[in-house]
Design a protein around this ligand. Structure first.
Ligand code: F6R
Length: 257
C-alpha cells in the first residue's frame, strides 16, 4: 500500500485527479465512489475537462453502491448523485455509466446482475472513500473479505453519517446494494481518499491494524496496487507517517503512482 500524505483536502484532490486523469486519457474503465470525500476530486476533473481538454468520452464507469428503494431519478440515489456531481459535467455518455438498480422489484436479482456485469469487466482504477467505521462501498464491519455484490443492512453509524444528505435520519434507506470486498479487489488499482479528523481512526485501522472483517478497508493490505491519499488530519493517527512521507519523496526512479 502506497500512502501519500498531502496538506489539505484540495491537495488530496489534485493528487487524485492527476492519477485519474492518466486513466481517463487511456479511455479506461473507472470505478466511481459517491459521498463527500471525492467531490473536490470530481470538481478538479471537471475543471481539467473544461480548461485542458481532458476527455472521458471513451471511459466506462461503474458505481460502487446504491440505496435499496430509491429510483435512479431520486435526488439522493447514487445514480443521480454521480451525474449531478460529476458525469453530467464531462463528456462521458450516460449510457456508459453503470450502477446497481436500487428500485428493482427483486434486489437480490439486481445484485446478481450487477455482479455479472462487473465480472465481465476489468475496472482499471477504483476510487474509494472510507466510512468512519472502516467500511468501503457499503461493506460494513463483519463483511466477508471475499464477498460479491449483494444486499446489505447499513450500520447505524453509516445511517447517522449519511443523514446529512437526507435531512432526517428516518429518511435514510436501511438497505443497500453494494459491490463486495471480493468484487472491489478485482479492480487493477485501488485509490482510496480520506480527509478530516473523523477518518483518522479508520485510516489507522485500515493501514496499520490487522487484516480483519471488522475493518473492511483493511483488504487494501492484500491488494497488489493500492494507493491511499490522505490529508494531514486523516493521517494524524498513523504510527509510521514519517516513513510514508520519506518513501513518497524517495521513490525508486521511473516508478509511477
Ligand atoms: C460511497 C461509498 C462509501 C463512502 C464512505 C465515505 O459510494 O461507497 O463507502 O465512500 O461512506 O463517505 P464520505 O466520503 O461521505 O465520508
Amino acid at each position: 500500500m502506497e500512502i501519500l500524505i498531502r496538506s489539505t483536502p484540495d491537495d488530496v484532490a489534485a493528487q487524485a485527479a492527476d492519477i485519474l486523469a492518466g486513466y481517463a486519457q487511456r479511455g479506461a474503465t473507472l470505478g466511481l465512489a459517491t459521498g463527500s470525500t471525492p467531490l473536490l476530486t470530481y470538481r478538479e476533473l471537471i475543471r481539467r475537462h473544461a480548461n485542458e481538454g481532458l476527455s472521458f468520452a471513451y471511459c466506462r464507469a461503474f458505481l460502487l453502491d446504491e440505496y435499496v428503494g430509491l429510483p435512479a431519478a431520486h435526488p439522493q440515489s447514487y445514480a443521480a448523485t454521480i451525474r449531478r456531481e460529476f458525469t453530467s459535467h464531462v463528456d462521458i455518455p450516460d449510457a456508459q455509466v453503470h450502477s446497481p438498480r436500487g428500485d428493482a422489484p427483486d434486489p437480490l436479482a439486481a445484485a446478481l446482475s450487477y455482479e455479472a456485469l462487473l465480472a465481465a469487466t476489468t475496472v482499471d482504477v477504483q476510487l474509494l472513500g472510507i466510512g468512519g467505521n472502516g467500511h468501503i462501498g457499503f461493506n460494513e464491519p463483519s463483511s466477508s473479505l471475499s464477498s460479491l455484490t449483494r444486499l446489505k443492512t447499513l450500520h447505524p453509524r453509516t445511517i447517522e453519517d449519511n443523514a446529512r444528505f437526507f435531512g432526517d435520519e428516518e429518511l435514510v434507506p436501511t438497505h443497500v446494494l453494494t459491490q463486495g470486498l471480493g468484487t472491489i479487489s478485482r479492480a487493477s488499482h485501488l485509490l482510496l481518499l480520506a480527509t478530516g479528523e473523523s477518518k483518522a481512526d479508520a485510516v489507522a485501522a485500515m493501514a496499520e491494524g490487522p487484516l480483519s472483517a471488522q475493518c473492511p478497508a483493511s483488504i487494501l493490505q492484500l491488494h497488489r496496487h493500492a494507493t491511499v491519499v490522505l490529508d494531514e488530519a486523516a493521517a494524524a493517527r498513523l504510527r509510521n507517517a514519517e516513513y510514508y512521507r520519506y518513501a513518497d519523496t524517495h521513490k525508486p526512479a521511473n516508478q509511477d503512482y
